[in-house]
Design a protein around this ligand. Structure first.
Ligand code: NAG
Ligand code: NAG
Ligand code: NAG
Ligand code: NAG
Ligand code: NAG
Ligand code: NAG
Ligand code: NAG
Ligand code: NAG
Ligand code: NAG
Ligand code: NAG
Ligand code: NAG
Ligand code: NAG
Length: 447
C-alpha cells in the first residue's frame, strides 16, 4: 500500500528539499478564556477568546469534525443551574446540531467513566447522526481520557485545557491554541484520535505494538518544520500514557522534560496543580521526574523558574509544601531562582456554579519553546490518563518588524497573570479568599 510506504519518508523529504519546496504554511493563534467578573484592567486581552475560536472553527467546518473530550456538558440544565453564563455553551451545542443538518460528519470520542452524569448533549447529537464512541478508559488504563482537542476538515486544530463544558467558556480560566490551514499537523493529531476511536468497542484492548500505520515521524527528534504565521517553526504533538504512543510518538513526559532541559534562560509554568506524587493511589507514592528536572535546571543551568499554580476552594493544601520546597532553593548569590505564585480566580457572586472559578490552564513557556498540554503534572496524568501536548519552537529570525514569536506571546500572557492582582506569593496566602490554603500552611507561615 503506497500510502504506508510514503509516510516514513515524508518529513525527511520535506527537510532535504527545504530550499526547493516552501514549508507548509499554517497560521496559529493563542486562545484563552477569562472567567466573568475577573477584571484585569487595561492591556489584558492577550489572546483570542475561546468562544470566538470555537465559533469560528464551527463556522469554517465544511466536511468533518473530530472531537476528543473527556466529557460534554454544554447546557446549564446539566447542572441544574440557571445562569446567563451558560448561554455561550448552549450556542456551541446549537452550532454542532446545525452542522449535522448540513451533513457534516461529526466524530466524537469521549471517556467512560464520564464526569457529566446528567448531560444529554451526546444523546442529542447522536440522534441527529453524530458518530460517537465512549471509550472505556476505566477498563483500558484504569484512568480517563483527559484529552481535549478538535480537528476540523482535517486541516484546522484546536488543542488546550478546555473541556466541552459551558463553564470553560465563562467560568474557568483556560489556555489553548488554534492552528489553521495546517493539514500536516491535523493529520498527525488525527492518528492520536484514531488510537482512541479504535478502542471504542466493547472489550477492546490496547494493541502492543500498535500497527505501523499509527506511527508518526513527527516527534521530538524530528519535529515538523512549518511556517506558522510566516515564521519558521518546529512543532510536534506528544501523547500519554506511554501505551498510547505508537511508533515514533513522543511520550508526553519526555516532551515536558525535553522542553525543560532545552531552556537556556527561563522556564515559566502555569499549572492547575503541582504534586511530585501520585494522586489516585493510597498512600501516595513519590513521583519526582518533573520535580527533579526543575531542580536540576535551576541549580545546574541557572534557569530562572516561575511556577504559577492555581488555588481554589478544593485545592489539597499539602501541595504548598512541595512548592515551598522548591522555592526555598532560591539563592541570589548562587544565581538560583525558583519563584512560586498562587493564582486564585475570585468566586464573587458565582457561588451557584459548582466546580467553576478556577484556573485550569496547563502550559509551559521557555525562552526556546512552548508546551501546551492537557495534563496536571502528577504521576497518573502520565501513567494512566490519556492526554496530548503540543510543543512548538519558533526561531526569532529577522528581528525587524516581525510578529512576536509564539514563545513571546505565551510569555506575555504568563506575565500578565503573574503580575496581576490574582497572583500572590505563598507567604501572602494567609487571608486569601476562595483558596483552600489553610491546613498545609498553618505551620510554615504563621507569623
Ligand atoms: C496569524 O495569522 C492569522 C491569519 O492571518 C491571524 O488571524 C492571527 O492573529 C495571527 N496570529 C498571530 C499569533 O499573530
Ligand atoms: C498598558 O500598555 C501600555 C503600553 O504598552 C503600558 O505603558 C502600560 O503600563 C500598560 N498598563 C498596564 C496596566 O499594564
Ligand atoms: C458564525 O456564523 C454566524 C452565522 O452564520 C455568525 O452570526 C457569527 O458571527 C459567526 N461567528 C464567528 C465567530 O465567526
Ligand atoms: C431562569 O432565570 C430567569 C431569570 O432569573 C427566569 O426568567 C427563567 O424563567 C429561569 N428559567 C428556568 C428554566 O428556571
Ligand atoms: C444531507 O443528506 C441527506 C441524505 O443523504 C440529503 O437528503 C440532504 O439533502 C442532505 N442535506 C444537505 C444540506 O446537504
Ligand atoms: C486559510 O486558507 C484560506 C484559503 O487559502 C484563507 O482564505 C483563510 O483566510 C486561511 N485562514 C487562516 C486562519 O489563515
Ligand atoms: C466482553 O467480555 C465479557 C466478559 O468476558 C463478555 O461477557 C462479553 O460478551 C464480551 N463482549 C463482547 C462484545 O465481546
Ligand atoms: C490502520 O489500518 C487498519 C487496517 O487497515 C485500519 O483499520 C486503521 O483504521 C488504520 N489506522 C490508521 C491510523 O490509519
Ligand atoms: C545567572 O544565570 C543566567 C542563566 O544561566 C545567566 O544568564 C546570568 O548571567 C547569571 N547571572 C549571574 C549574576 O551569574
Ligand atoms: C491561569 O491561566 C493563565 C492563562 O490564562 C495563566 O497565564 C496562568 O499562569 C494560570 N495560572 C495558574 C495558577 O494556573
Ligand atoms: C455579580 O458581580 C458582578 C461584579 O462583581 C456584577 O457585575 C454582577 O451584576 C453581579 N451579578 C449578580 C447576579 O449579582
Ligand atoms: C487536575 O486537573 C483536573 C482537571 O483538569 C482536576 O479535576 C484535578 O482535580 C486536578 N488535580 C489533580 C491532582 O488531579
Amino acid at each position: 500500500n503506497s500510502g504506508k510506504k510514503m509516510l516514513p519518508s515524508f518529513s525527511l523529504t520535506l527537510k532535504s528539499t527545504l530550499i526547493l519546496l516552501p514549508l507548509p504554511s499554517c497560521s496559529f493563534q493563542l486562545v484563552e478564556s477569562l472567567p466573568w467578573d475577573m477584571p484585569y484592567g487595561p492591556n489584558s486581552s492577550a489572546a483570542k477568546p475561546l468562544y470566538q475560536a470555537w465559533m469560528e472553527l464551527l463556522n469554517m467546518t465544511q466536511e468533518s469534525i473530530h472531537v476528543a473530550s473527556y466529557y460534554w456538558s454544554l447546557t446549564g440544565e446539566d447542572l441544574g443551574v440557571n445562569d446567563t453564563s451558560s448561554k455561550q455553551g448552549e450556542d456551541v451545542l446549537k452550532k454542532f446540531k446545525s452542522l449535522l443538518l448540513k451533513n457534516v460528519s461529526v466524530f466524537i470520542a469521549t471517556s467512560v467513566p464520564s464526569k457529566a452524569k446528567h448531560s444529554t448533549d451526546l444523546e442529542v447529537l447522536e440522534k441527529r447522526g453524530a458518530h460517537i464512541k465512549r471509550i472505556n478508559f476505566g477498563q483500558l488504563t484504569q484512568g480517563v481520557m483527559h484529552t481535549k482537542f478538535w480537528i476540523v476538515d482535517m486541516k484546522h486544530v484546536f488543542l488546550g485545557s478546555a473541556n466541552i463544558d459551558w463553564r470553560a467558556l465563562t467560568q474557568v480560566k483556560e489556555v489553548g491554541v488554534l492552528i489553521s490551514n495546517c493539514s500536516c499537523l491535523a493529520k498527525d493529531l488525527w492518528k492520536t484520535f484514531k488510537t482512541y476511536w479504535d478502542l471504542g468497542e466493547a472489550n477492546a484492548t490496547i494493541p502492543f505494538p500498535w500497527p505501523s500505520n499509527y506511527s508518526t515521524n513527527i516527534n521530538s527528534h524530528s519535529p515538523l518544520e512549518v511556517q506558522l504565521n510566516g515564521t519558521s517553526t518546529e512543532a510536534y504533538f506528544s501523547a500519554s500514557p506511554a501505551s498510547f504512543c505508537p511508533g515514533g510518538r513522543t511520550f508526553d513526559l519526555v516532551a515536558v522534560l525535553d522542553v525543560l532541559y532545552d531552556a537556556e534562560k527561563f522556564v515559566y509554568v502555569s499549572m492547575m496543580d503541582y504534586f511530585p506524587t501520585s494522586r489516585f493511589r493510597h498512600p501516595p507514592r513519590y513521583w519526582p521526574p518533573i520535580d527533579n528536572a526543575l531542580r536540576s535546571v535551576a541549580l545546574h543551568q541557572n534557569i530562572h523558574i516561575r511556577l504559577l499554580i492555581n488555588c481554589w476552594v478544593h485545592t489539597d493544601s499539602s501541595m504548598f509544601r512541595f512548592l515551598e520546597s522548591l522555592s526555598v532553593l532560591s539563592d541570589q548569590h548562587a544565581n538560583i531562582t525558583i519563584e512560586v505564585k498562587i493564582f486564585t480566580v475570585p468566586v464573587g457572586n458565582h457561588t451557584n456554579i459548582p466546580f467553576a472559578r478556577l484556573n485550569h490552564s496547563k502550559y509551559m513557556v521557555t525562552d526556546k519553546a512552548v508546551y501546551i498540554g492537557t495534563s496536571n503534572w502528577s504521576e497518573e496524568y502520565f501513567s494512566i490518563t490519556a492526554g496530548v501536548g503540543l510543543v512548538a519552537k519558533q526561531s526569532s529570525t529577522d528581528a525587524t518588524k516581525r510578529n512576536p514569536t509564539i514563545q513571546e506571546q505565551l510569555r506575555a500572557l504568563f506575565e500578565r497573570d503573574w503580575n496581576s492582582k490574582y497572583s500572590v506569593k505563598m507567604e501572602d496566602l494567609p487571608g486569601q479568599k476562595d483558596c483552600a490554603w489553610e491546613d498545609g500552611f498553618k505551620s510554615s507561615f504563621k507569623s
